[in-house]
Design a protein around this ligand. Structure first.
Ligand SMILES: [Zn+2]
Length: 205
């Protein structure tokens, strides 16, 4: 039954040369013979392990958004604020660009990526392609560069440093949830999702 994975074809993303896929062992990387671009590397994380990571990241993400991340002092008044509280306050304090940057890098991009990954992996556990598989895989491919942990960390730093111009800023527990989330996102950044193309099949389980 499961003949697909071993003899599927691989196409070089850079020069379109077609190869017959073979199973890689730990540490092996397949490269294009013409242009040396990386075709595929051995995956140490199973689909279940990836799904567990995504679910962990979602829980941490919810905590990071519910717990206060910083205490802001303005005109002698101090108040603990969540990420969204900070984003809204920055917007009101004429720092709209930073508030939008923070909203996207710290909230919308990571949330979208986690939800899409969770959806794809949930079906991939049973070797199936989730509804919308092709469009979502292509979408993730394009979204990839914009959700790298560097962007995430940069967004957090810019937001906090900028906030410093307007308020006294003291770190609260939520910021550590964000730090943990950054670690999880960094692990994801190393996962090659292209393996889902060969691990899954269209149709019924
Ligand atoms: Zn090539």
């Amino acid at each position: 039954m499961d003949t697909g994975a071993a003899d599927a074809l691989l196409i070089c993303e850079h020069c379109d040369t077609v190869y017959r896929r073979r199973i890689l062992v730990r540490g092996e990387v397949a490269r294009c013979a013409r242009c040396a671009a990386e075709l595929e590397r051995h995956q140490s994380l199973s689909v279940n392990a990836m799904l567990a990571l995504v679910l962990t990241a979602m829980i941490v993400f919810v905590q990071a958004n519910m717990w206060p991340i910083v205490t802001l002092g303005l005109n002698g008044q101090f108040s603990a604020t969540t990420l969204w509280g900070m984003i809204i306050t920055m917007w009101q304090q004429q720092a709209q660009v930073v508030s939008v940057l923070a909203a996207f890098t710290l909230f919308f991009f990571p949330m979208t990526k986690m939800l899409v990954l969770g959806w794809l992996l949930w079906f991939a556990r049973r070797g199936r392609r989730a509804p919308g598989f092709v469009r979502l895989m292509v979408g993730l491919h394009h979204l990839g560069p914009w959700t790298m942990s560097e962007v995430f960390v940069l967004g957090a730093l810019v937001a906090i440093v900028k906030a410093h111009n307007y308020f006294d800023v003291v770190a609260d527990p939520g910021i550590y949830a964000y730090a943990a989330l950054t670690v999880l996102i960094t692990i994801f950044a190393g996962v090659d999702l292209r393996q889902l193309w060969v691990l899954t099949r269209d149709g019924q389980a």
